[in-house]
Design a protein around this ligand. Structure first.
Ligand SMILES: Nc1ncnc2c1ncn2[C@@H]1O[C@H](COP(=O)(O)OP(=O)(O)OP(=O)(O)O)[C@@H](O)[C@H]1O
Ligand SMILES: [Mg+2]
Length: 243
């Protein structure tokens, strides 16, 4: 049975797709086959990040309409063995719980992890993802509206029954003085009312990996960060270790 992990945020642009893509790569590199499903209908981006835009024949919309077999919409990532994508539906549509359950049961033997990259905000698709996920990762950047959005999202996940909910702080400046107006990371954790799973640094190499459809450079400060994040999810004790 695959473990289902959803990635959500209150505010758009917080870094959900980045976390989904790079966490997926970290799992796959460790030998755990992982499927990322982009639920953001009408607003695709992960096909670019995973370098599969030219390879899309069927997407999540085709699965919803029943116009392809589920497996036909699974696209392997060309630069990361063990990682695959189901691309977002081309047109806006809510994704039902029934669709998510059908996909996860059909692919239960193929993938150790299924990562659901959710649309921004709070809506039906997020609620359905929350009902089937075992872990909800809420992404927030260090800005007050993103933190407030993370708190509402965490509360929604709790009300939908997602058993484990954690915070990932994205695009964190590498110098603490650049956090302003936030004073420190505790302020983000307290504001989001979620336990911290990891901190991703603001980093041009991370942005470039997402924009170019290539693997994250080994030299990026986030390379090890995502490996640590994946190991923490697998239950290993990895100290948070930021200064
Ligand atoms: N750690 C980072 N360092 C630098 N840039 C980043 C980082 N994380 C994300 N970005 C950039 O920020 C932008 C938004 O990230 P991303 O697309 O992952 O957000 P999102 O939450 O999925 O957005 P949406 O709500 O539109 O789906 C992208 O251009 C991405 O490359
Ligand atoms: Mg996105």
């Amino acid at each position: 049975m695959s473990k289902i992990i959803l990635v959500a945020s209150g505010k758009g642009g917080a870094g959900k797709s980045t976390v989904s893509a790079l966490l997926g790569q970290a799992f796959a590199l460790k030998g755990h086959p992982t499927l990322v499903i982009e639920l953001d209908s009408g607003l695709r981006s992960l096909d670019v990040a995973l370098g599969v835009t030219e390879n899309i024949v069927f997407d999540l919309g085709d699965i919803v309409r029943g116009s392809c077999d589920i497996r036909d919409a699974v696209i392997p990532c060309p630069f990361c063995e063990g990682l695959s994508l189901i691309a977002a539906a081309a047109k806006p549509a809510e994704i039902s719980l029934d669709t998510l359950e059908k996909i996860s049961s059909e692919l239960a033997e193929d993938f150790k992890y299924i990562i659901l990259d959710c649309p921004a905000g709070i809506g039906e698709t997020l609620e359905n993802a929350a009902k089937c996920a075992g872990l909800g990762i809420v992404v927030a950047t260090p800005d007050p509206s993103s933190i407030r959005g993370a708190r509402s999202t965490g509360a929604l996940l709790a009300s939908c029954g997602t058993p484990n909910r954690r915070l990932v702080i994205e695009r964190c400046p590498q110098k603490a003085k650049n956090l302003a107006p936030i004073k420190n990371l505790d302020e983000i954790i307290d504001g989001a009312e979620l336990q911290l799973l990891g901190v991703i640094w603001e980093d041009p190499m991370t942005r470039s990996a997402m924009d170019s459809g290539k693997a994250l450079a080994f030299e990026s400060p986030n390379y090890q960060t995502f490996r640590d994040l994946s190991e923490r999810i697998r239950g290993k004790y990895i100290p948070l270790g930021f200064k």
